[in-house]
Design a protein around this ligand. Structure first.
Ligand code: ADP
Ligand code: ZN
Ligand code: ZN
Length: 802
């Protein structure tokens, strides 16, 4: 008796365990751990992952596996363990964790087809089935009762391949290739035999006499203006053959990257890379925090460390924030490692992502560069994991499973006994504190590689501007500096720190602000469509002509959206050519890159945008960076708001003067005395760290304590409060006396999509059984969560408190 233990695709608490299934005879030989199967579950058929195969079960009367979806496993042994770890650490379901680790295409039971890869004779069963076709439906195999074992063999031999069909789009692409079958002299003889008027056939044969490299049928037809029938005739004569070659959809054209070579390292870089190389050499697991100012050559260190890893025959994972996964970044890795690099990008289509995943899985690439989820790249012999800009919040997934890529990286680093490198100019307080304690190793780069000074930062007090009668959003100094830069034909980046800021509509007579009817948040005015939109749900309405409350006509919009800044800037400096970059102008695929490319080609003087322009960009001609509203983020209800402000200002300042030309930065603010603004302008990370740590200790925030957050939401206000209260009660009773359990507190945005939201915050130093206790606290509400509108979200390590 063979039994498979399966995690089924039913995300529910009661189902969050393995189920035993009997493996029918026909699957005995082929089923392996890590494959996906279809199993009966209640009255349904569901997908599941086989995570163990055994010989007995404590259950009687087992049901049978209906179908096996893969003929090669999609989860490695490490991944199976990692998925359990992720689920347990984030209090998510196992199935959700496994699905987060795989590309979209493998998350569901897609239709399959079988593609013939060879012209050679297949086994008779398959040959009969294909009957001259190149692609057949997988169902035909099942119908014809051909043993899967035979199919699996043919796959292993590379004769056929299984293709998952994603929606209407083929997951894989094939092209027909043509190659000669005979030797050169034989082809020459054949050429003699060909009738003189068979010109088209002759040119093709002539082509192959000079070179036997295969060429795509399409290219051949194009190049020699021939046709399919010509190729068919030559095939029939036995001179050439055609075959299907799988091609990967190329999001990047590898040939477009110029090869780069390791730079001789500066003294600083040598000192920083040395301990990393040692860890690689000793094959140990250690975390290194690489604290290096912008432009100090961190990326070059990554590249050279990876080279060592590749020389050892191992693989590398590089995580970068989605936002800085720019063509520039990709170019640096492709330029050094060429085709060994796979790129994971949210802009890739499901099919393209699957292509990249498969290259990793089959060991065709050795380096993966990607955003958060690339931490799950299915390499089996990892030699280094690098997290660039480790302070970025995008490394935390804000959806189940709520994992942090840093934690997963460290877990994998342990498994593979390899270093994990965290790089940043502004490390999180957590990481820096760990480095000071010796939990992580610290490496420092405090100078730019070109020894250029960091650009000078001037702080402008906007209150004084107002007193001086300047009501615009541009200080006199910034205006002057922009004009000077324009005269010198240099470029400018203007950042509108928009988080927590928007263009809202207010009646000047009665003060009424237009709010979303479903969420406790002001609607945002969008000039291009002249409509009001809610940024938390999809609600929108036309811009009212009169105040809905008092009918006054004096209704207008306030605040500073990028559109308004652009308008004001055009008025102020009409000759400036502006590129605006925000969510509205970058919605379409590739728009982000196109805008940056235009700026790089000097098709504009000013790049105006939100946070998305702050990072990773490197423009030679930019000498001025202006921050319009530095403090808009400082007053968010988030204990990390000072840290985030410091990080953003430091990052954006690093954009200026990266090359020959010296840079300058102007920060406009209403709170010039704030330490995060002052210290960012002095590039003093260590001092910032010291002050911020003192405050964190005083108010008991991480890294002095850990925080977990439970958010309860329900359409009924009172229900939301009461359930939160019950959870708080339970936790207070069962957690340590030193632990504080706060709540019920309304979430900063108390209502979203007509649901009331309440929080319970747990601050603790040591709680050995926290997860179990939280689970117990939630248990009484499980039924209600399944049947009712109740939602309880647990975030073991929150980065968002809204
Ligand atoms: P960071 O990643 O720390 O911001 P980069 O790796 O982008 O820094 O380096 C900044 C610039 O310095 C890049 O243009 C890079 O090519 C260059 N650079 C890095 N290391 C060296 C070196 N050893 N010698 C010369 N130039 C270097
Ligand atoms: Zn809304
Ligand atoms: Zn009014």
């Amino acid at each position: 008796m063979i039994i498979a233990q399966v995690i089924v695709d039913v995300p529910a608490k009661q189902v969050n365990q393995t189920f035993d299934y009997l493996v029918p005879d026909k699957f005995h030989d082929i089923l392996e751990i890590g494959m996906r199967v279809i199993v009966p579950f209640g009255p349904r058929k569901v997908m599941g992952f086989v995570i163990n195969i055994t010989n007995d079960s404590k259950f009687k009367r087992l049901r049978k596996i209906i179908d096996v979806l893969d003929l090669t496993p999609v989860l490695t042994d490490e991944m199976i363990e990692l998925g359990k770890w992720v689920a347990e650490h984030t209090l998510s379901y196992y199935i959700t964790a496994y699905q987060a680790m795989l590309p979209q295409v493998l998350k569901a039971a897609y239709k399959k087809e079988i593609v013939r890869l060879t012209e050679d004779e297949l086994i008779p069963e398959l040959e009969v089935l294909f009957a001259g076709r190149d692609v057949i439906n997988f169902d035909e195999i099942t119908k014809a009762n051909i043993p899967y074992r035979l199919v699996q063999k043919a796959i292993q031999a590379g004769d056929i391949y299984i293709n998952y069909i994603v929606q209407s789009k083929a997951t894989k692409k094939y092209i027909t290739m043509v190659r000669p079958i005979l030797e050169d002299y034989q082809l020459m003889e054949a050429l003699e035999d060909l009738p003189k008027n068979a010109k088209k056939q002759r040119v093709i044969i002539e082509h192959f006499i000079n070179q036997s490299e295969p060429l795509s049928q399409k290219e051949l037809i194009k190049r020699y203006s021939t046709s399919y029938s010509t190729i068919k005739q030559l095939k029939q004569k036995g001179l050439i053959e055609t075959y299907q070659q799988e091609i990967y959809r190329h999001p990047y054209d590898d040939k477009a990257f110029t090869k780069t070579y390791p730079l001789p390292l500066t003294e600083q870089q040598k000192k920083a890379i040395q301990p990393i190389k040692q860890i690689i050499h000793k094959e140990e697991h250690k975390v290194v925090l690489l604290h290096g100012v912008t432009g100090s050559g961190k990326t070059e260190i990554y590249l050279q460390a990876i080279q060592d890893v590749l020389n050892n025959g191992k693989e590398a994972i590089v995580l970068v924030p989605e936002i800085s996964l720019t063509p520039q970044m990709v170019k640096r890795f492709k330029g050094r490692f060429g085709e060994s690099v796979a790129v994971f990008h949210s802009a890739l289509s499901a099919g393209e992502k699957y292509d990249e995943w498969r290259k990793i899985y089959r060991g065709e690439v050795k380096v993966v560069v990607g955003a958060r989820s690339a931490v799950f790249a299915p390499f089996e012999n990892i030699g280094i994991i690098i997290i660039d800009e480790e302070h970025e919040v995008t490394y935390k997934q804000e959806d189940q499973p709520r994992y942090h890529a840093r934690d997963v990286a460290i877990e994998r680093g342990l498994y593979h006994q390899c270093p994990v490198i965290l790089g940043s100019a502004t490390p999180t307080l957590e990481s820096y504190a760990r480095a000071l304690k010796g939990v992580y190793q610290l490496a420092v780069l405090d100078k730019r590689t070109n020894n250029q000074a960091m650009p000078e930062v001037k702080i402008v007090d906007m209150r004084q501007e107002l007193h001086a009668g300047n009501r615009t959003m541009f200080s006199r100094l910034l205006k002057l500096k922009i004009e000077e830069a324009l005269k010198r034909k240099q470029q400018i980046i203007l950042l509108l720190n928009r988080r927590g800021f928007s263009t809202f509509v207010m009646c000047r007579d009665c003060g009424q602000v237009n709010e979303c009817p479903h969420c406790d948040i002001a609607l945002t005015y969008h000039k291009s469509s002249h409509r009001l939109k809610c940024h938390y749900c999809s609600y929108e309405e036309p811009m009212p002509i009169v105040c809905p409350a008092c009918q006054s006509e004096y209704i207008r919009y306030f605040g500073t959206g990028t559109e308004r800044v652009e308008e004001a800037l055009t008025k102020l400096i009409p000759e400036a050519r502006i590129i605006r970059m925000d969510v509205d102008t970058t919605r379409r695929k590739g728009a982000h890159e196109r805008l940056l490319e235009r700026f790089r080609n000097y098709e504009a003087d000013i790049l105006l945008g939100t946070q998305m322009i702050a990072k990773g960009l490197d423009f030679e001609n930019v000498t001025l960076v202006g921050v319009l509203t530095a403090d808009s983020m400082l007053h968010l209800p988030d204990f990390r708001s000072s840290e985030k402000t410091f990080q953003l200002l430091t990052q954006v300042s690093g954009r200026a003067g990266r090359h020959e030309l010296p840079g300058e930065v102007i920060i406009q603010t209403y709170t010039p005395e704030h330490y995060s603004i002052q210290l960012a302008s002095q590039y003093d990370y260590v001092q910032f760290f010291n002050i911020e740590m003192r405050l964190r200790r005083q108010f008991q925030y991480p890294p002095y304590v850990f925080i977990s957050l439970i958010t309860v939401s329900h359409p009924d206000h009172l229900t939301a409060i009461n359930i939160t209260e019950e959870i708080v009660q339970y936790l207070s009773k069962h957690l340590a006396p030193q632990t504080s359990v706060l709540g019920p507190t309304p979430s900063p945005i108390m209502r979203i999509k007509d649901r009331y939201r309440y929080q319970c915050m747990i601050k603790y130093k040591k709680e050995r059984h926290l997860k179990e206790i939280i689970n117990m606290a939630i248990r009484p509400f499980e039924d209600q969560m399944n049947q009712d509108e109740l939602q309880i979200i647990i975030d073991m390590q929150p980065y968002q408190f809204m």
